[in-house]
Ligand binder design. Structure first.
Ligand SMILES: *Cc1c(COP(=O)(O)O)cnc(C)c1O
Length: 355
């Protein structure tokens, strides 16, 4: 696996171009979507306005790695003692559930920022929007809010820009907080790309994740259509080449058979490395820049491809499973999943060699 820092920075510049005037929480949860949280933070520190992670543990890890930028904790405190940790590590937690309120009531420290999440239709995290006013009155004078209050919501259907729920959620959010002071944050990558970002007041914070790493956040889209560049490229060597006669089957279950003479290549990567086992025969793999189809089932440590169309291919050549020239979203579509899942599931065994 290669990670391209230039692409990561290019994609952040695309966020800035698409969401002018907005501040950017670069979302680096889940080990920066499989790219390595410390690496991603180091590349973006001082370029993004802050970082967003899921949990307090991820945020503490970043601080201990020397990151000094603002950090937003999307799931906020779980245990009461997490509030103190947020203060000690200068984290900006998200308050989203009644269950967090006793811990907050017992906490008398100051935070650099406190965000309140409203559930405008995702029905995952957040308070009913009609509680915004009450929460504001309850909280705005407490020391925890001294660093400033912010209002946050999350869109369920932003990857389908024309979906009516987007407008409904944006309207609900705008209505609920219209009279209340504080920062706003609505847009994930899909909302940034589809122009829903900046729908709020100037100075809104956007929260892009996936687009920083190159994939298009839109349903059925591919990154290059949005001038996004893949950050992660997964490659593996060809370790054997064999000639198959018509009728010869390949791999476990003999699910694929040659219907003509085929030159088959064995690639040293499999589902233990994070390549999806559900990728069917026909999923493309790049060999010398040519798309060659996967044949047969993906094994734990190997997979096979039909390299008949690339006679120059030799044992020892490296092939591309996704990344440069082959968007991970395309592989995900073949495998019945999304780019997010493939990126976050790359295993530690894929040796890291940075560009
Ligand atoms: C993960 C996450 C994001 C980033 O989403 P992308 O689709 O990767 O841009 C933004 N906001 C919240 C609340 C999230 O959980």
């Amino acid at each position: 696996m290669r990670r391209d820092a230039g692409s990561l920075r290019h994609n952040l510049a695309r966020v800035r171009a698409l969401a002018p005037g907005c501040r950017v929480w670069a979302v680096i949860k889940a080990d920066a979507y499989g790219h390595g949280i410390e690496w991603a933070a180091a590349q973006l520190d001082g370029r993004a306005d802050g970082f967003a992670v899921s949990c307090v543990e991820e945020a503490v890890y970043l601080r201990e790695a020397g990151v000094s930028s603002p950090i937003l904790v999307l799931q906020g405190p779980r245990a009461a003692m997490d509030w103190k940790t947020c203060a000690a590590y200068r984290l900006q937690p998200v308050l989203h559930d009644e269950g967090q309120l006793p811990g907050l009531a017992a906490f008398h420290g100051e935070l650099p920022g406190l965000w309140i999440k409203l559930d405008t239709g995702m029905h995952r995290l957040g308070f009913p929007p009609l509680k915004a006013q009450i929460l504001f009155e309850q909280l705005h004078r407490r020391p925890a809010a001294r660093g400033g209050l912010g209002w946050l919501t999350h869109l369920a259907c932003a990857d389908q820009p024309g979906h009516p729920q987007n407008r409904a959620q944006l309207d609900q959010f705008a209505y609920s907080v219209s009279e209340l002071p504080g920062h706003r944050s609505v847009a994930n990558s899909a909302a940034v790309v589809s122009g829903l970002a900046g729908a709020g007041p100037p100075g809104e914070w956007v929260r892009p994740g996936i687009m920083l790493y190159g994939p298009s956040p839109l349903q059925g889209g591919e990154g290059p259509e949005q001038d996004l560049c893949p950050v992660m490229t997964v490659t593996a060597p060809l370790i054997a080449i064999k000639a198959l006669e018509p009728g010869a089957s390949v791999g476990y279950g003999a699910t694929w058979s040659a219907t003509r003479p085929v030159r088959a290549g064995v690639v040293a990567i499999g589902y233990a490395d994070g390549y999806p086992r559900h990728a069917p025969s026909g999923t493309p793999v790049l060999v010398h820049g040519h798309a060659c189809p996967l044949i047969g089932r993906v094994s734990m440590d190997m997979l096979e491809i039909d390299i008949t169309s690339v006679p120059a291919a030799r044992v020892g050549d490296w092939v591309t499973l996704w990344g440069d020239g082959l968007p991970v979203e395309r592989i995900a579509r073949f495998a019945g999943t999304i780019g997010y899942e493939l990126l976050t599931r790359v295993s530690g065994r894929l040796r890291i060699a940075d560009d």
